[in-house]
Design a protein around this ligand. Structure first.
Ligand SMILES: Cc1ncc(C[n+]2csc(CCOP(=O)(O)OP(=O)(O)O)c2C)c(N)n1
Ligand SMILES: [Mg+2]
Length: 457
C-alpha cells in the first residue's frame, strides 16, 4: 500500500511538470492514469475544464489537483477521516424549559395572535389524540397513532409554511393538516372510514390527505414520501413557483435507502425541498443507536451537499424560526435543506404497541412532564401576558366538546359502498376489475352473514 502511494505521489510531480505543454486530451490521459480512473470514462465539458485549469497548482506546487468534480488539496500524509467529530452538532433552542428566551438567542418574533393560534392548535392536537386513543381502547376505532410529545414540531413547522407549499407527510403529523384547515370532523370521518372520508375507507386510520390543502395522503410504507417530495419540488422549480415541497419523516425512516437517494437527488437537482426529520429516539421498539452510528441525522446532510440544522423540536419558537429560515432558503436559493428536530415519542408507537416493554417508564414521564413542548410554550405566552388560567380551561373545555361531537357524528355516518373498492383508479374500469367486483358481490349474496351488515353493497 505504501509503495503504491509513493508511486502515486511521484507520478503527481511528473504530471504537473509536463502538464502545461500538453494538449487537453493528453492531459486527461495522464491525469486519469494518475488517479486510477478508467480512460474510457466520459467527462462533461464542465469537468474537462476543471481538469485543465492551468492555475491548479500555480501558486503552491503540488498542493491542489483538479479531479473530475473539482480541485482537491494533495497531502503527503496518509490520514483517514474520523468516523465522528469530537463535538456533537449543537441543537438550536430559543426557550429554556421555563419558557425564558436564552441569552443572545435570535429568533422569528411571533405576534400575540399567531402565538395564541399556535398554542391553541397544540392543545387541540393533544386533546384530540387523547380522545381518539381512548376511543380505540374502547373498541370504537380499529387503530390510532398519537403525536404526543411532538405537538410543537407539528404545529410550529406548519405555521412557518405557506399554503402553496406541498406537504408529503409520514403518519405522525396530523397537526400539519389541521393547521391547514382540515376540520376535526374530517379527521373523525377518516378514522371511522365512513362515506365522507376522502379516501372512502380504503386506507388505514391516520392516513389523512387533502388535494385542496396540498397535503399528499400518508403512505404506509416507510420513507416512500421522501424521494417523492424531491420530485414535487423539482416540478415546482420547473414551473418557477414561489413554493417548496416539505416532507416529514422519523429517525427510523432514515434507515431506508429512499432517504439517502432523496437527499442525493435533491442536492444534484437543486430542488427546493425542506426535509424535516422528527428524531424522536425510536422506530417502534428500535432505539436510534441501532439505526445509525452517525451524529444523528443533520450530520448526514453535508455528505450529500445539503445545508442542514439541528433544532429543539420541543421548542415551538426554535422550530418555527428554523423552518421559516429553511423555507426561505429553499425557495430563494433553490436548494434543499435538512432539518433534524430533536424530540421524544412520549406515547406508544401506536395502539398496537406497549412501549413500557422496551423503555423505562421514568424516561417517558420525564419527557411527558419536564420536557413537554406545550407547557414550555404556555409559560412563554403566559409570561407575555397573552394567556391565563381562565383562557386555558375555556380552551380545553371547548376543544373536548368539539372532538366528542365529531366522533359521535362520524360514528353514525354510513360506510362507503362496496363498489368504491373498485373505483377511482381507472377512468374506465378494466374487465378484470369488473369480474372481481362481480365475484365479491356474488360471494356476499351467497353468505351475507360473513360480511359486515353496515357496508352497503
Ligand atoms: C417499508 C416499511 N418497513 C417497515 C414498516 C413498519 N413500520 C411502521 S412505522 C415503523 C417505525 C418508523 O419509525 P420512525 O420513522 O422513527 O417514525 P416514528 O414512528 O418514530 O414517528 C416501522 C418500522 C413500514 N411501515 N414500512
Ligand atoms: Mg422515530
Amino acid at each position: 500500500m505504501m509503495g503504491f502511494l509513493k508511486i502515486l505521489f511521484s507520478n503527481c510531480k511528473q504530471t504537473h511538470r509536463i502538464a502545461s505543454k500538453k494538449t487537453l486530451s493528453q492531459f486527461h490521459s495522464s491525469s486519469i492514469t494518475l488517479v486510477g480512473f478508467s480512460s474510457t470514462r466520459l467527462l462533461s465539458l464542465k469537468e474537462q475544464s476543471s481538469l485543465f485549469d492551468e492555475n491548479d497548482d500555480d501558486t503552491n506546487d503540488f498542493q491542489v489537483m483538479g479531479f473530475p468534480g473539482g480541485k482537491v488539496p494533495i497531502t503527503s500524509q496518509m490520514k483517514f477521516i474520523s468516523e465522528s467529530s469530537e463535538k456533537r452538532l449543537p441543537c438550536y433552542r430559543v426557550l429554556d424549559d421555563d419558557g425564558y428566551p436564552l441569552p443572545g438567542t435570535i429568533f422569528e418574533e411571533v405576534s400575540k395572535e399567531l402565538a395564541i393560534k399556535m398554542y391553541s392548535s397544540m392543545v387541540t392536537l393533544q386533546t384530540m389524540d387523547t380522545i381518539f386513543y381512548e376511543a380505540q381502547r374502547q373498541g370504537r376505532l380499529s387503530f390510532y397513532l398519537t403525536t404526543a410529545g411532538e405537538e410543537a414540531i407539528n404545529i410550529a413547522s406548519a405555521a412557518a409554511l405557506s399554503s402553496d407549499d406541498f406537504v408529503l407527510p409520514q403518519y405522525r403529523e396530523v397537526g400539519v393538516i389541521l393547521w391547514r384547515g382540515y376540520p376535526l370532523e374530517q379527521v373523525a370521518n377518516q378514522l371511522f372510514g365512513n362515506k365522507f372520508d376522502y379516501g372512502k375507507g380504503r386506507q388505514m386510520p391516520c392516513h389523512h390527505g387533502s388535494n385542496e390543502l396540498n397535503y399528499l395522503t400518508v403512505s404506509s410504507p416507510i420513507a416512500t414520501q421522501i424521494p417523492q417530495a424531491v420530485g414535487v419540488a423539482y416540478s415546482l422549480k420547473m414551473e418557477k413557483k414561489e413554493a417548496c415541497a416539505v416532507t416529514y419523516f422519523g429517525d427510523g425512516s432514515t434507515s431506508e435507502g429512499d432517504f439517502h437517494a432523496a437527499l442525493n437527488f435533491a442536492a444534484v437537482l437543486d430542488a427546493p425541498v425542506v426535509f424535516i426529520c422528527r428524531n424522536n429516539g425510536w422506530a417502534i421498539s428500535t432505539p436510534i443507536n441501532q439505526q445509525f452510528r452517525s451524529d444523528g441525522i443533520a450530520s448526514k446532510g453535508q455528505a450529500y451537499g445539503v445545508r442542514s440544522i439541528r433544532v429543539d423540536g420541543n421548542d415551538a419558537l426554535a422550530t418555527y424560526s428554523a423552518i421559516r429560515a429553511a423555507r426561505k432558503m429553499a425557495i430563494k436559493e433553490q436548494r434543499p435543506i435538512l432539518v433534524e428536530a430533536m424530540t421524544y415519542r412520549v406515547a406508544h408507537h401506536s395502539t398496537s404497541d406497549d412501549s413500557t416493554k422496551y423503555r423505562p417508564v421514568e424516561e417517558i414521564e420525564h419527557w411527558k412532564t419536564a420536557k413537554s413542548p406545550i407547557s414550555k410554550f404556555r409559560k412563554y405566552i403566559q409570561r407575555n401576558g397573552w394567556w391565563n388560567d381562565e383562557n386555558e380551561s375555556e380552551l380545553r373545555r371547548d376543544i373536548r366538546k368539539q372532538v366528542l361531537e365529531a366522533i359521535q357524528a362520524a360514528e353514525k355516518v354510513e360506510k362507503p359502498s362496496l363498489t368504491d373498492l373498485f373505483t377511482d383508479v381507472y377512468d374506465k374500469m378494466p374487465l378484470n376489475l369488473q369480474d372481481q367486483e362481480k365475484s365479491v358481490k356474488d360471494a356476499v349474496k351467497r353468505s351475507p352473514k360473513e360480511y359486515p351488515s353496515d357496508v352497503p353493497i
